[in-house]
Design a protein around this ligand. Sequence first.
Ligand code: TYM
Length: 370
Amino acid sequence: MEKFKVTPWEVKGKVNYEKLIKQFGTKPITEELLERIKKHTKELHFMLKRKIFFCHRDFDWILNKYEEGEKFFLYTGRGPSGHTHLGHLIPWIFTKWLQEKFDVELYFQMTDDEKFLVKDLTLEQTIGFTYDNVLDVIACGFDQKKTFIFSDVEYSKTLYKIAIQIAKHINFSTAKAVFGFTNRSNIGIIFFPSIQIAPCFLPSVLKGKNIPCLIPAAIDQDSYWRPARDVAPKLGYYKPAQIHCKFIPGLGKGGKMSASEPETCIFTTDSQEEAEKKIMNAFTGGGATIKEQREKGGKPEICSVYQYYYFLFEEDDKKIKEIFEDCKSGKRVCGECKAELAKRVKNFLAEHQKKREKAKNLVEKFMLRD
Ligand code: TYM
């Protein structure tokens, strides 16, 4: 069995999501839960139907509260260490859908402190990327009146007070066990988890009453939520709930999409030519020659291009099945499949980049300041 590793700072190997559910103690998303969600949302987002969002903690409790008339808030975020890539957009697109369907507030954290502490970047650089990434967040179309974005460095006056209360309840041995800190870890990053946990309780603090929290993110962020849930009752808050997604892979062979491999990663700021080139060079499940592929068919299950249709660029369940089957049978070959994806990605980027431009005038409307 191939070894894999999932932490907030490293995702390695072929991830076994079933195993992660057991390891992290989350629950799979069942058909019954999907039916319950659908009662409120009328339709199901394709990321739920496909189990791209595949596990949760207490989503059923969030629905209980909602049905009793107690609205939850959404909490998610971004570590601004570079430009935003398509993988980051997956939780944000889904979060936007949740915001729209349940008509709830979203608190969005930019961890410019975290990325300064763990990456070879200056504080000026991570603060600069905060602004750049906020444009992507706004471009996703969140509700201006109900979305509050904050940078840790800037919003520290409010966050710090909550964070130290959390920090007092987490000892170093727990932090080491959960996050893998060692004697070489700098003391900033050892404290940092309490800063990422703080927004779970932020709206409750701001509004002076307990508000349920639901966090949509990829499963790499889960380490934060386990201590968050331990601490919550000690401070008199509800335990935060989560809904987790899988990772969209990079365009190379295996591994999640990661900015550390820019050739296999599409950034929202890529030019049309750059994006096209990356897709045309992608790893696929095709045969050595077109002739061989027509005869024997391809392997969509290992193909990175297929994954892009599946995660983002083909929402229609009938059509995605067709792509899979046509590849398997040899009817669809890699050249045309890549070209079609490139066209869709380029259209998406053109639209998104226009929205990023417009977002420049909206930043102040979204930022939460103290
Ligand atoms: P960051 O910047 O690493 O990632 C931002 C969000 O994108 C998710 N993600 C992915 N999702 C699908 N496929 C991928 N290949 C992929 N890569 C990353 C991450 O899970 C995350 O949801 N420390 C956090 C920032 C943060 C945060 C939060 C995230 C602060 N508070 C609350 C989620 C929820 C970070 O560095 O994320």
